[in-house]
Design a protein around this ligand. Sequence first.
Ligand code: NDP
Length: 613
Amino acid sequence: MAEKNTDQPDDGTQPRFDPARLRARYRAERAKRIRADGNRQYQKLEGEFSDLDFDPYVEPGFSREPVADAVDAVIVGGGYGGLLVGAELRRAGLERIRIIERGGDIGGTWYWNRYPGAACDVESYIYLPLIEEVGGAPSHKYATAPEIWEHTKKIARRFDLYRDALFQTAVTEAVWDEKSETYTVRTDRDDVIRARYLITATGSLSKPKLPGIPGIASYRGHMIHSSRWDYEYTGGDQTGGLSGLADKRVAVIGTGATAVQLIPHLAEGAEHLFVFQRTPSSIHVRADRPTDPEWFEGLPKGWQKERVENFTKAFEGIPVEVDLVNDSWTQSFFDAADAAAHRDVAPHQLANYLKMEETRSRVDQVVKDPRVAEALKPWYDFFCKRPCFHDGYLEVFNRDNVTLVDTDGRGVDRIDETGLWVDGEHYEVDCIVFATGFEVGTSFRSRTGFDIRGRGGMTLDDHWKDGFRSLHGLAVHNFPNYFFINSLSQAAMTANFAHTLAEESAHIGYIIGAANRDSAKTIEVTAEAEEAWVQEIIDVVTNNTVGAQNLAFQEECTPGYYNNEGKPSLVAVQNGPYGLGATAYFGVLDSWRKAGTLPGLSLTPAPVTVEAR
Ligand code: NDP
């Protein structure tokens, strides 16, 4: 446990804790959680679990005639990524833009995740894209899921993206045809669509997963995955009121960002709630508040871009004159007094220790039972796991109808027909809610359910069999006219994912716009440019101080999807994001565009002149 020198005067010269002991505790907690099976510990929602992977939000029995036509672009996925690319392709002058989406509407994450309490903990003014263009003031500093979903529909309407969209439709394959220089896209509704450009925006966390807990298939009670909410069973709606659970004993597995939003509503609705915890999340202050209409009206033109960039920089520790968002993501808790007391600790690490000390002391302040409070404390660096922001979660553990079942890093031991086992104790429940997240780091086919074939019939998974390869995490050699976004690989990792998607979309829009102006039919990354970017991704981590620090940071982190379940490796580095951070990555894209010559891309037929655009 962290040491507080309470017997010393807190005059700014005495250490508030012992960094060496803290580091040792972090390492011990990490060691408990490292598993030989890493990412293989999870179970797909397939076979006997395929019932859980349904769309609860559409009427069953939808059917339509198959579509057979040719369009300028097919975008697979109608979430933030698909919408932002769609908007940019409109700007680039494309006429027929067809979004193909598995769900019943636009929205992606915000279509699927309708669990009670779903909301975004990144500030709404920077997270809702294109506010200045589509209009509307977010109601609060942090937006709820329904409000965000409505905003995505506004974007689709503003850029006329509903016109050619196909919903409740899953792509089954996309194959490059050398002769027509188009992709032939087929779907599970027998559509055959030819597309000049193909863009996949299939999300980075979109395929739900279950834990592979022994015996899970034998459970006979009700099961729900958080991203496929079953209101028919629970009653209530996204604001809570889960009256269907009033006579139910409910288990929730997982305590990540989803669970933290969901658990307060389950606690209120259920007769009894058992929270099965493997690793506690760090719970930071949210401090939501309504938008001040006067302030919002007075924002100058261009405010959103400035605020978005300011947040990403402040979050990355790049000095900014004013921290515009100024919330728990950006505040560092680092001051001169702490620096004086800890000259032996690097400033960024000291800030991190202090931030997490604050978090742990918040648990003590809120949770009454000291044993429960101790179990809820996170022992790892800030941002080893996705931090959470909630002002009601910790209070839940003061309720009589809530039991925290802490598994000390192991997870649930076993599931049987009637309930769950931990440490030899059986917990009988009527329902298990799995807030156990989404596939990360699996193959393209596994996450999307289809293959893309480029030149010579090669699939993306073939191309990536020895590790991810791309130019800027957006395009690949041998796959002409194909772009992908939402990738955590070789692009930017940011707290505000909307920022990354906007930058990537603008970049793709720029390239396609340039190809159109030059009357090029195909545009493709050269083998050399792809290899150079792969090398840069590796080099900035292995040969650069900042990159190496980031890797060292990940190596010390408790396992999770941020660090390949605790196993960082050279391939994981190659498959990972740009090691110098999001702002640096956006700078790379910007300089590339400013060069004006589309370096590393080959166009056919070649443009007559390639001048600065
Ligand atoms: P996560 O993958 O973050 O969390 C899964 C949880 O399940 C973890 O607590 C994990 O424990 C636990 N778990 C897995 N296997 C077991 C097991 N065998 N026994 C017990 N527990 C187990 O999924 P989420 O759905 O919570 O979040 C996914 C992502 O979605 C977030 O990281 C975030 O990026 C995004 N999100 C964003 C929100 C926002 O406000 N912007 C809100 C919600 C989600 P362990 O930690 O030990 O692996």
